[in-house]
Design a protein around this ligand. Structure first.
Ligand code: KG4
Ligand code: ZN
Length: 358
């Protein structure tokens, strides 16, 4: 079964073809990725310091068909050989989602195929199953697991019992962790998207000059809060300006380091709390911030305290938004009979959609 995946929820146009036979036959699931194409709009949004929704939708319109074409060429398939057309139905920017949904439904209608709307975060949280780690072991035995979803819009810890069976154990009360990275980057005059820039800058710091708060670290629940941390960064900058301290490269690097250390400390502590509470020691880390090197190092320290814990990441190229995760999540849902195909031709999208309600 060949599934075309279309991702247009934000500022990446991602297309992929996934062949489900590798999952069905218990072979390495990553071998099912037959083709993938991606266009990132980052350069276009850079000058505005963030994603401009209207520009994003227009650009998806421009890119989507040539990307589908090149992905099919790489897959060595014609569109008529595709069985299902999956698209991101939400959450995300309404106009951007509409581009993917209308192309998917239009193609399905014209070619007499089935279309299927996928939750963006389900795509992220299943993508670690495409890791090469499952060359020898069966990914089906990896369930149940905890998932730490850390992206520009979400910070959640979930329990994943099976495909389609997700419950939120805790989430952010205000800013998402990626958002806090991006806002901190702005305060430090770093280019957009700020997450990787803050991370790189932090690595150049040589002194532990600043100590920032670790919000809710002792809260005995799985809630997060990152808005105050960003404010703490601003307070340090204002204080330095008042004292006429030069905001030079080393000042910024030290502040970036303090921000990153506070953030990853909180994430590590909440993951440990979730593992102990649920007695579930398998974790997947998904979403853009999952690419963060300091977070990966900090989480790996957990194996010292909890030797039974196992942490899994998606392949690096699948950490940020992409079409593969949408094609893959759709394939698994179809195989597990977890979702009926679309029954209406309406271009309905769900810009706000809880993962527990799928
Ligand atoms: O999952 P994603 O590609 O898009 C959604 O938000 O759905 O995540 C993007 C977020 C941005 O906030 C970006 O700054 C952050 O992930 N990010 C990172 C890193 N790479 C991407 N944050 C910290 N360190 C990174 N290496
Ligand atoms: Zn995402």
């Amino acid at each position: 079964m060949y599934t075309l995946g279309i991702e247009t929820s934000c500022d990446e146009t991602g297309i992929a073809v996934y062949d489900s036979q590798f999952w069905e036959n218990n072979q390495s699931p990553h071998l099912g990725i037959l083709g993938q194409s991606l266009y990132s709009q980052v350069k276009m949004h850079e000058e505005y310091g963030g994603v401009v929704p209207e520009l994003a939708s227009r650009d998806h319109v421009k890119r989507i068909l040539p990307l589908i074409q090149s992905c099919l060429e790489e897959s060595k398939l014609s569109i008529s050989q595709i069985d299902n057309i999956a698209y991101t139905k939400g959450p995300g920017l309404a106009g951007a989602l509409l581009v993917g949904s209308s192309v998917a439904k239009g193609l399905a209608f014209a070619l007499n195929k089935k279309s299927i709307g996928i939750h963006h975060l389900e795509g992220h949280l299943l993508s670690p199953l495409l890791s090469e780690r499952f060359q020898e072991t069966d990914p089906k035995n990896f369930f149940p697991f905890l998932a730490l979803l850390v992206s520009g819009g979400h910070t959640q810890i979930m329990m994943v019992k099976a495909i389609g069976d997700y419950s939120i154990l805790g989430e952010t009360l205000d800013d998402a962790v990626g958002e806090a990275f991006d806002k901190t980057a702005k305060l430090l005059n770093l280019p957009y998207p700020g997450g990787p820039e803050v991370s790189k800058l932090a690595q150049t710091s040589t002194t532990n000059r600043f100590k920032l708060p670790r919000p809710l670290i002792h809260s005995k629940n799985l809630d997060f809060s990152f808005a105050g941390l960003k404010t703490a960064v601003l307070t340090q900058i204002k204080q330095a300006e008042k004292e006429q301290i030069e905001l030079d490269a080393s000042f910024k690097a030290d502040l970036a380091r303090a921000f990153v250390e506070a953030t990853v400390d909180v994430l590590q502590s909440k993951v440990e709390f979730a593992m102990r509470q649920t007695n579930c020691f398998r974790l997947v880390v998904a979403g853009g911030v999952g690419a963060n090197i300091q977070l990966r190092e900090k989480l790996s320290e957990l194996t010292g305290k909890l030797p039974q814990c196992e942490i899994l990441y998606p392949p690096t190229h699948l950490c940020t938004d992409n079409g593969v995760m949408i094609a893959f999540a759709a394939s698994l849902r179809i195989l597990e009979n977890k979702q009926a195909f679309d029954t209406s031709n309406a271009f309905d999208v769900l810009p706000r959609w809880s993962l527990e309600k799928i």
